[in-house]
Every structure is written in structure tokens, then in C-alpha cells.
Design a protein around this ligand. Structure first.
Ligand code: BG6
Length: 607
């Protein structure tokens, strides 16, 4: 996902923008650039590669002195990563940076070229710069307002007009953007960590609002050029830069794994103190009209949905369908009035998930979002929001947000079971009391003995390029998330199979020494899964057994992690944490860039 930073104030804009962009590196990028206003000119510096390459370029040319500028880290969508496709882009008097995707850019380029325009890049962004410039006659707000209806798709822009080099302008639709206020200085940024070194005070930018940053002040306008500044609410970030930094850990991912007892504890205390019937009462006042549930998400968020499906269907007897957002949105889903759709998203900005939200709303369904980023697009467009409250999750591979999403699905299970009386009071009481123990159980499985096992076992798989995970029922869903972790950060091919399905194909791939993981947390079907593990062992597979209910036996496993036991329907939260840790050490053993894995972004805000 691209990152935008802009600055207007009393200090050297280039230095502040570079630091701000470094706070956005987690979003994934392949090039970077800045545009700085100096002595009435707008000077662009941009390059393919990391921010350090841009910093070197600026140092070599003599750090620009201007106090107004915009900057960008690009994650390529249109046009390969290159110097010329890097942002900022300029057309006429307009220089801009962009996060998002202009879907009608080809048509805009053709029209522009028919009018004699020349494009220096392959990007959709440059087409947007042309459109704004073609409508600019000295009034930035009017030009921007006139241009937006012609730009189809998603965007957050930082814009400079070459005859107004004392100001920057910002506008967004669907892509995130904030405007932040410091002392005699102000900022725009794609996300809060970019500005936390300077201020905690910020405004959320809404669609069809334009911000002008000039002389250290922010003025907001509507599309008609009316000053709406008075209507804007100044917010204060509830976490400091320290929270957004690594806190002493070598990687954000490890820090975030260790944060899970706290993030789980916070949610449990927020929602379960008044009993099952009060869980999410504000967000979902009445559950009686819920006849079926749809869950939509991408990546790990979708896996959280799979675990929610298992618990809700088993304990509440409500049908739950779980869909990958990019499939769901083009599937003409049979959803409408009276249906409840849960959109799960850590960032709240994933394009496919946002599109799925809009689709189901257009069909009359009610949308409840389970989101981490406060004020994100999905959070703002849903009918109801349940926040995971994990603080910033910086590592691309989600951990604490995932277990928080799963916990929210389990709390929803308790509420639905209470309202439908599908659980006995005794079972529900035990379910909730065991839920309250989850933080201490997760604390146990991130304690040294477990970490030592994960470190030790991760060494074995280093020479291998393929890894298989098997599990039944909810353990299959936990395995899907485990495979995602291993793939995302160690680049080892890893796939998960329903344990009983292995013999229908994949077992042909199990040869001497091939590393496999078996997850067994359901005592009621443990013996069935043990049989499948033996099938793997019989073919020479090297088995790591992760279980809460099967004894360590040399004839079924080479490596063994015994999980503390709790209500079986809550076990996935306990089981996934050692798997996260195991994936982490698998990746570090391979020298991988754990927090910023190749080709991946923390949030994919384009299709
Ligand atoms: C991927 C992330 O890009 O997007 C995953 O690497 C995440 O961690 C997935 O699960 C969905 O993102 P989000 O923000 O919608 O949960």
C-alpha cells in the first residue's frame, strides 16, 4: 500500500517528510519520492528502491531547504517499479502524490493525449494530475472539486500547485488520509505513525473534503468551496510512537506476538463483564432476526471467519458462510434484507473487503465490521463496528489482530448462544470463564519452554521447500492460518489439508523427511486425526504434533508441543500462538525480512 506524507510549517520539509515516510515503511513499497517548494519552484526528487536511496539522492543534491512539500512511498499497481513511475508526478502546474487506483485512467490518458498531453510514466496517477491541471485556473479548491467526479476509483492525494508554493492540498476517496496539527506546522499522512514524532493531534479526512495546509494551519473545504473547518473534530492518538516502534524486540511481529495476552485481556474486560447477554449489545441490540450469517474477509481475516463459522454453527446452530472478499464481490451473492454480514479487516482499508461491504449494503443487508484501525473506511461505512483495539499492528503478517478477530467471533458465539438458548447455562458459564483464562493460557505458550521448542523445531525444516499441515474441523482452520504465517514470512511453500482428506491426493507428496505439522485439539475426533498422522509417519513424514489432548508417542510424532487445555471451542486461540512463534523462527532461520516480506503489503487498498 502506498504511503503519503505532506508538510507545511516552519521546518525543513524534506527531513520531516523522509522521517514520516519511514514510519509508513510497514505498508510495503518499491520506490519513493518528494516534491519540495523552494524559491517559488516545485522540485521533485524520486527513485526506485528504499527510502535510504531517496535520502542519499537528497543529500547529494544538497538537502532542499523548503518548508512546504509532499512525499510518497509507492507500491506499484500501474507501471512497474521504476524511477519514472515513482511519485510525485507532475502535469502542468500540478504536482501530486497518490494512494489508490484510478480505474478509468486509460480513457483519461487517451483524452489527454488527444489534446496534446505527454505522459512521462505508465501510471494512473499522472492521468489524475493532468485532469486537475486541465481544470485549474488559479483556484485550487475549484479545480480539485471539478476534477474528482472525473476520477473513478480510489484515491488519497497530496497536491501542490506551482503558482501556490506556500501550500499543499489534500483530498481522499476510499484510501486513508489524515491531516495532523502541530505547533505552527501541519501534516497530511496515510497513517498516524508518520506524524507521531511531531504531534498526536489529527483530523480524519472524509470523502469530498479538501484540506489546505498553509502557514502551519489547516483549512477544510467542501466541494463547493465552503470553509467547513469548524465542523471538523480534532482527535488525539491513543498510542505513542513507542507503541508504534518495536519496543526492544528485533521485529514488530515478535513484539505483536507477545502483546496478545494484553490485547485479549482488553477485549475480554471490555465485553464480557456483564455476561453473555450483554456482549456487543450496543453494536447488535437484537439477535433474534439473525437467521444466517455471512462473514467476508481476506487472508488471515478470512481464516478468523472460518473459526467463527465453526463455533457459531456448532454452538448456536446458525448457518455461517465464509467468503474470500475478492471472490464474494463478483459472485452475485444471495444476500439481502434481513441478512447480517460481518466484514473482518485489520486495516479497514482492504479494497476487496470494502467493495464487499458496499455490495451487501446495496443489497439491503446489515453490515457489522470487525476492524482494528479506528475511523478506517470499512469502520466508517459499516452499520456497526466492533473494534479489535489491538493498537497499531505493524508487521505485515498479522498475529494479535488475528487472535483478537477470533476472540470477537467467540464472544459473538456466546451472545448468540445465550439469546437462542442453544447452550445450557452451565456450559455457557464454563465457556465464558474459560474465555477469561485465555490471556494466561496464551502467556503460558509464549513462555520460555514453548519458545525454546519452537526455536528448536524450526531448525529442522530449514532445508525443505515444502511443508504440510493437517487438522480436522476447527484444527483445519487453525492450520490454514498457520500455513499463511509460514508462507508469508519464510517463503516456504506450505499447505493445509483436512486430515481425513490427505489420503485423497496430497499423501503422494509425503516422502522421507518431509516436514508436517498435525494440530489436534478436539478430543472427540482425536483418534481419527491420530490415524492420519500415522499415515504420514508411515511414509516417512517428519511430524510436529501440536495438541491439547493426545499423549506424546514416538510412533506418531518426531516433535511434540503440548498445549494447555481449555474448552475445546476456544482452543484455536491457544493453538495458533505457538504456530505463529514457530513460523517466526522458521523465517528468521532463513534470514527473511520478517516484518516486510517480499511482494506483500500490510493492507492491499487496490484490487
Ligand atoms: C494482507 C495481510 O495483505 O491482507 C494479511 O498481509 C491480512 O495479514 C490481509 O490478513 C487482509 O488485510 P486486512 O487489513 O483487511 O485484515
Amino acid at each position: 500500500m502506498c504511503g503519503i506524507v505532506g508538510y507545511s510549517g516552519r521546518r525543513t520539509a524534506a527531513k520531516i517528510i523522509l522521517k514520516g515516510l519511514s514510519g509508513l515503511e510497514y505498508r510495503g513499497y518499491d520506490s519513493a519520492g518528494v516534491a519540495i517548494c523552494e524559491d517559488g519552484a516545485v522540485n521533485v526528487y524520486k527513485t526506485k528502491g528504499r527510502l535510504s536511496a531517496l535520502a542519499d539522492m537528497l543529500e547529494k543534491s544538497g538537502m532542499p531547504k523548503g518548508s512546504v512539500g509532499i512525499g510518497h512511498t509507492r507500491w506499484a499497481t500501474h507501471g512497474e517499479p521504476s524511477d519514472r513511475n515513482s511519485h510525485p508526478h507532475r502535469q502542468g502546474k500540478v504536482t501530486l502524490v497518490h494512494n489508490g487506483i484510478i480505474e478509468n485512467y486509460l480513457q483519461l490518458r487517451e483524452e489527454a493525449q488527444a489534446n496534446g498531453a505527454e505522459f512521462l510514466s505508465d501510471t494512473d496517477t499522472e492521468a489524475a494530475a493532468y485532469v486537475i491541471d486541465s481544470l485549474y485556473d488559479g483556484d485550487p479548491i475549484a479545480a480539485i472539486s471539478a476534477a474528482l467526479p472525473r476520477l473513478h476509483g480510489s484515491y488519497a492525494f497530496g497536491i501542490i500547485f506551482s503558482d501556490r508554493t506556500d501550500a499543499i492540498y489534500a483530498v481522499r476517496r476510499d484510501s486513508p488520509l489524515i491531516a495532523a496539527k502541530g505547533v505552527d506546522e501541519c501534516f497530511i499522512a496515510s497513517d498516524i505513525p508518520a506524524v507521531l514524532s511531531y504531534t498526536k493531534d489529527y483530523y480524519l479526512m472524509d470523502t469530498d473534503e479538501i484540506a489546505e495546509l498553509k502557514d502551519g494551519e489547516i483549512t477544510f473545504y467542501d466541494m463547493n468551496g465552503n470553509d467547513i473547518t469548524e465542523k471538523k473534530k480534532l482527535l488525539t492518538a491513543d498510542f505513542n510512537l513507542e507503541a508504534a516502534e518495536k519496543g526492544g524486540y528485533p521485529h514488530f511481529m515478535l513484539k505483536e506476538i507477545y502483546e496478545q495476552p494484553d490485547t485479549l485481556r482488553r477485549l475480554i474486560s471490555m465485553h464480557t463483564e456483564k455476561g453473555a447477554g450483554a456482549i456487543f449489545k450496543n453494536e447488535i441490540p437484537d439477535t433474534s432476526d439473525i437467521k444466517r450469517i455471512f462473514v467476508v474477509g481476506c487472508g488471515s481475516a478470512m481464516h478468523a471467519g472460518l473459526l467463527g463459522k465453526y463455533s457459531i454453527e456448532h454452538l448456536c446452530r446458525i448457518p455461517v458462510s465464509v467468503s474470500i472478499a475478492s471472490e464474494f464481490r463478483y459472485d452475485d451473492p444471495m444476500v439481502g434484507e434481513g441478512d447480517t454480514v460481518f466484514i473482518i479487516s485489520q486495516s479497514g482499508e482492504t479494497a476487496d473487503s470494502l467493495a464487499a461491504l458496499r455490495l451487501v449494503k446495496s443489497k439491503g443487508a446489515k453490515v457489522c465490521a470487525i476492524v482494528n484501525v479506528v475511523g478506517s473506511s470499512i469502520a466508517r461505512e459499516a452499520d456497526e463496528v466492533i473494534y479489535t483495539r489491538c493498537g497499531p499492528e505493524i508487521a505485515v503478517a498479522t498475529t494479535k489482530a488475528f487472535t483478537a478477530q477470533v476472540l470477537i467471533m467467540y464472544m459473538l458465539t456466546a451472545r448468540l448462544a445465550h439469546d437462542r438458548k442453544t447452550m445450557s447455562d452451565a456450559f455457557l458459564d464454563e465457556y465464558l470463564s474459560e474465555m477469561k483464562k485465555l490471556p494466561e493460557l496464551v502467556t503460558a505458550v509464549i513462555s520460555e519452554p514453548y519458545v525454546d521448542l519452537c526455536k528448536k523445531f524450526a531448525v529442522y525444516n530449514k532445508p525443505y521447500e515444502d511443508y504440510y499441515i493437517i487438522g480436522r474441523g476447527q484444527d483445519y482452520a487453525t492450520g490454514c492460518e498457520g500455513a499463511m504465517k509460514i508462507k508469508e514470512i519464510s517463503y516456504m511453500h506450505c499447505e493445509t489439508y483436512a486430515a481425513g482428506e490427505l489420503k485423497h491426493g496430497t499423501i503422494s507428496l509425503i516422502t522421507e523427511g518431509v516436514p508436517c505439522m498435525a494440530i489436534i485439539t478436539d478430543p472427540d475426533i482425536a483418534e481419527k486425526s491420530v490415524s492420519n498422522v500415522k499415515e504420514v509417519r508411515a511414509r516417512g513424514g517428519h511430524v510436529l504434533l501440536i495438541t491439547s489432548c493426545v499423549g506424546e508417542k514416538s510412533d506418531i510424532c518426531d516433535e511434540y508441543i503440548r498445549l494447555p487445555e481449555t474448552n475445546k471451542y476456544l482452543m484455536p486461540i491457544v493453538a495458533i500462538v505457538p504456530i505463529q512463534m514457530y513460523a517466526y523462527y522458521t523465517a528468521t532461520n532463513r534470514g527473511c525480512d520478517v516484518d516486510k516480506p517480499r511482494n506483500l503489503a500490510k493492507s492491499v487498498t487496490v484490487e
